[in-house]
Design a protein around this ligand. Structure first.
Ligand code: 0K2
Ligand code: SF4
Length: 321
């Protein structure tokens, strides 16, 4: 391969967030403690490498609880589940470990609390995404999805005196702000979350791309096509005028992308493991990259405890079964 690349700039922060780290740890510990197979509803996080690795260790990924046998141990993915799924799992007596990110659960709790106070909701998010299905599925009615500004104009509400807005945690910060502004124009009395629902990890990774993209000729995002937050990173770089590609597998990298683009920016979605970033770096070195420079950025110290019954991370290994 011809050598095109001169330098690699690494976005900071990038890659695993605290919710993903916890979700993967829950599946690994459940396998160690209870033995394979462990059933997981939906991809634990939207990453091909992570899912294949856990399959090899004894996880079975399913979408429908009908595919889970009696007596099984079941893990809910980081994206959360509708209330009906939780109820079904309880009814069928599965041992459940909930890997829903605590920051997604926080949105569910807010929806339930305000619903009791008589609120209806507008949810900003992507139709069909499991997190949106989980959050909307906290209620049987009175929650309306908007994907863009045009949708805001189309919403028909049964009442608007008590109206609150919630969002998916992994949206484009800028798009969400624009949609929220449209919601507020149409429904000025709408109640906003105390702190926005877009999570710290989504915010920080997008902020890092805003710093990175103007300094490079091309941005590579490590992430899977199903990953909302990873797609938003690629799209953001592109919107800033820097050509950007997302790669699920480092082998997908094409040397032609780098022709006439010697400075490469590299980042990874919240569900993309560091091993893939390292493999991309190796490939970029083979294309001529002499060095890797880490960009300055915020340090993340967020850490979520594990659910009861799987051991305490500060105590090391989960107890043997
Ligand atoms: O970005 P997505 O919500 O599609 O999800 P992943 O790529 O799996 O990242 C982890 C976030 C899970 C929940 O917020
Ligand atoms: Fe939680 Fe945010 Fe990570 Fe999703 S991206 S798992 S909400 S920390």
């Amino acid at each position: 391969m011809a050598a095109h690349v001169h330098e690699v700039l690494l976005a900071e922060p990038r890659g695993f967030c605290a919710g993903v780290d916890r979700a993967i740890e829950i599946v690994e510990r459940a396998i160690r403690k209870f033995g394979a197979p462990i059933y997981v509803r939906h991809e634990i996080v939207h990453n091909t490498y992570v899912v294949n690795d856990l399959k090899a260790k004894g996880a079975i990924f399913i979408e429908d609880l009908a595919d889970v046998p009696a007596g099984a141990t079941l893990v809910f993915s980081a994206h959360g589940v509708p209330k009906a799924v939780r109820a079904e799992a309880a009814r069928r007596g599965f041992q459940v470990f909930d890997a829903t990110c605590p920051l997604v659960t926080k949105v569910h709790v807010e929806v339930a609390k305000l619903h009791k106070e008589g609120y209806d909701f507008i949810m900003i998010g992507h139709k069909g995404h499991p997190e949106v299905e989980g959050t909307m599925g906290q209620l049987s009615e009175g929650i309306h999805l908007v994907e863009d500004v045009a949708d805001v104009e189309r919403v028909r509400l049964r009442q608007q005196e008590r109206l609150a807005v919630v969002t998916q945690t992994t949206l484009s910060v800028d798009d969400a702000a624009e949609i929220l502004a449209a919601v507020k124009r149409r429904f000025p009395q709408v109640r906003e979350p105390k702190k926005q629902d877009i999570c710290y990890a989504t915010q920080n990774r997008q902020d890092a791309v805003k710093v990175l993209a103007p300094q490079v000729d091309i941005v590579i995002v490590v992430g899977s096509p199903t990953s909302s937050n990873s797609n938003r990173l690629r799209e953001l770089a592109d919107r800033l005028g820097t050509p950007a590609y997302m790669v699920d597998d480092p082998a997908d990298l094409q040397s032609a992308w780098f022709e006439g683009r010697p400075r490469v920016g590299l980042t990874a979605g919240a569900s993309a493991p560091d091993i893939l970033v390292q493999q991309v770096i190796e490939r970029l070195k083979a294309l001529g990259a002499a060095g890797v420079r880490r960009m300055p950025g915020v340090e993340e110290t967020v850490h979520f405890p594990l659910p009861k019954g799987l051991g305490d991370r500060s105590m090391g290994e989960a107890p043997a079964a």
